[in-house]
Design a protein around this ligand. Sequence first.
Ligand code: IPM
Ligand code: SF4
Length: 475
Amino acid sequence: MHKPSSPRTLYDKIWDDHVVLTLEDGTCLLYIDRHLLHEVTSPQAFEGLRAAGRPVRRPGATFAVADHNVPTSDRSLPIEDQQSRLQIETLERNVEEFGVPYFPLLSRKQGIAHVVGPEQGISLPGMTIVCGDSHTSTHGALGSLAFGIGTSEVEHVLATQTLLQKRAKNMLVRVEGQIGPGVTAKDIMLAIIGRTGTAGGTGYVIEYAGSAVRALDMAGRMTLCNMSIEAGARAGMVAPDETTFAYVKGRSYAPKGEAFEQAVAYWQSLRSDDGAHYDKEVFLDAAEIKPSLTWGTSPEDVMSIDGRVPSPDEATDSARAERIRRTLSYMGLEAGQKLAGTPVDAVFIGSCTNSRIEDLRAAAAIVQNRKVVPSVRAMVVPGSGLVRQQAEAEGLDKIFRDAGFEWREAGCSMCLGMNPDKLETQQRCASTSNRNFEGRQGPQGRTHLCSPSMAAAAAVTGTLCDVRELMEGAR
Ligand SMILES: CC(C)[C@H](C(=O)O)[C@@H](O)C(=O)O
Ligand code: SF4
């Protein structure tokens, strides 16, 4: 624990500004500024409120949207899957009864909660933001403290607008220098997880810093913070700067005029002090990061596209050798093979990691004047209706459609098998999402996590490949 006068990190500052009460064992009651809800983790929480006869403490700080179960096909049709329909109807009934703002399925504002929050200016620098969803860490890109909570905590926040939490440790991930052509925020994050492993961030909140992070736009920063969970961390954050303020300005729920200027003055104080203590530090040289992807069934199974998958023979212990053997078998790969040139069956561009307009532009730049290989099912699923609308205004949908991509409505889609967009058994998919566990995208599905441009390259060549080979002057 730091003394009040000692240099503090960004995390310490936001934490300190939200403590309502500190218990003897150090647990704190934190004030929560924003609470996002989706259909999967909120029903029992509302049920609890109802049973206790309690209202939602601050409906105006609470926002709901359905994203996991929604079909991404024609929205005018009824939802076929009974379970999904029930989830969404339940959410709609709850928000109505408790007076919580909701972005309906037919609204342009509907989308994945972690795309909608920043897009609407609901998520702002300096805030504490929670949602019953692990990838709430995404919102930390704005310079907020944002993390996922469980359903009983959702109920607690609904009832009290506060949450009991233990302070996490501080971890600094510094990425310095310039990334090369074809390298994106996704590749940076895969490189980080490849280095730290999926447990490297356990017990920490990660602050991303360094010139390569500063150079990222907000979408890139959100990609980093989003996958902090895959690095094992509680949350990820980037100190707010001019890029952040320019992004926030003018958004629906952001402060306006004089209030905005005052907010910026405060937000500028939200950076780690010189000499602030980090319990763990990791350094990466941006110039060394190559277009990357995962070869296995854990986000830490990372390699660069010009590398080879591991072989059990290289493992230093038998448990590791067994894991490699099992993973290769699940993934349908041979020990030591190159991934480049491996045929794919599906390409998924979407999810809260990579479905923002910047991601779609990057993918479209690769797809333009090319065609999806006929054996590949390729889909683009914008993160929100507004992203979709913006992409259409820029003609990106035409580029994707003309090439043979499906152009879908917003939702979690093929990121996880909770809706009709699923891989078929043993299909191999280049996916811009964040998780590659066995069966994540459908039973026996084989997921290769990668950036939007790498996924686009896989669609038009029909194989996992180095996006730089499709980029003029990149090599
Ligand atoms: C369904 C939800 C609780 C889950 C999460 O918390 O992350 C989902 O969003 C996921 O990505 O697996
Ligand atoms: S897009 Fe994927 S990771 Fe993000 S909230 Fe939905 S299911 Fe979870």
